[in-house]
Ligand binder design. Structure first.
Ligand code: HEC
Length: 185
């Protein structure tokens, strides 16, 4: 029995000594490698598997960087590829006007008034610059893209609403503004 205990003790000592972190060029013991170490190529190295012998591959066709805008430029900016403001785009439909009214009453009416005549509640509090009335010819003649731009980026003393109002809702609001303008004619 005593020999047994002694041999366990010696064995434990050897084991512990073995664990002392001596410098070694060999990799540490790794009983279950899983997929931890795999073959890989360094950047710019050669890989004859591919026709161009380059280990580095191009992103697959159609890959879009996160910083690039997705989808339709006109929808997202209110401008065409040449940078001109668009008018009456196909994605802005009269059906959106209901949703537009809902959003307009939340975001715009307080300043521009529920009818868009510039007489919102804010005028009772002596807002220094009267919000523009949408019933003016010069504004009616502006393309839809201008309205989109104003909501997105603000204009002069009007703040930007791009963080509050998603793109689709901005178009819905414009659809409703057009309806208000027609009703006022
Ligand atoms: C905090 C008040 C306020 C809110 C809310 C507001 N506006 Fe305005 N808006 C203004 C003021 C003030 C002006 C006039 C800016 C100036 O001339 O300095 C203006 C101007 C405008 C114009 C005229 C731009 C031009 O060409 O001169 C449009 C179009 C417009 N707003 C649309 C909207 C829409 C759509 C909403 C809702 C999404 C909205 N505004 C919300 C205050 C507001």
């Amino acid at each position: 029995m005593r020999i047994f205990k002694t041999s366990i003790f010696i064995f434990a000592i050897i084991l512990l000594i073995g664990c002392r972190g001596d410098h070694s060029t060999k990799p540490p013991i790794h009983p279950n490698p899983n997929m931890d170490s795999q073959d890989y190529f360094k950047a710019y190295s050669v890989n004859t598997f591919f026709a161009d012998s380059s280990a580095m591959r191009m992103p697959v066709e159609g890959t879009i960087a996160q910083s690039e805008t997705f989808g339709n430029v006109e929808f997202l900016t209110g401008k065409d590829h040449a940078g001109n403001l668009i008018n009456d785009p196909i994605f802005m439909t009269v059906d959106m006007a209901d949703r537009g009214k809902d959003r307009f009453d939340i975001y715009c009416a307080v300043c521009h008034g529920p009818k868009g005549d510039g007489q919102g509640n804010i005028m009772k509090y002596k807002y220094p610059i009267p919000p523009t009335s949408f019933q003016q010819d010069w504004l009616i003649e502006q393309p839809d893209g201008h309205y989109f731009d104003v909501i997105t980026n603000g204009i002069r003393t009007m703040p930007s609403y791009k963080h509050q109002i998603p793109v689709e809702d901005r178009w819905a609001i414009i659809s409703y503004v057009r309806q208000l303008q027609e009703e006022a004619q």
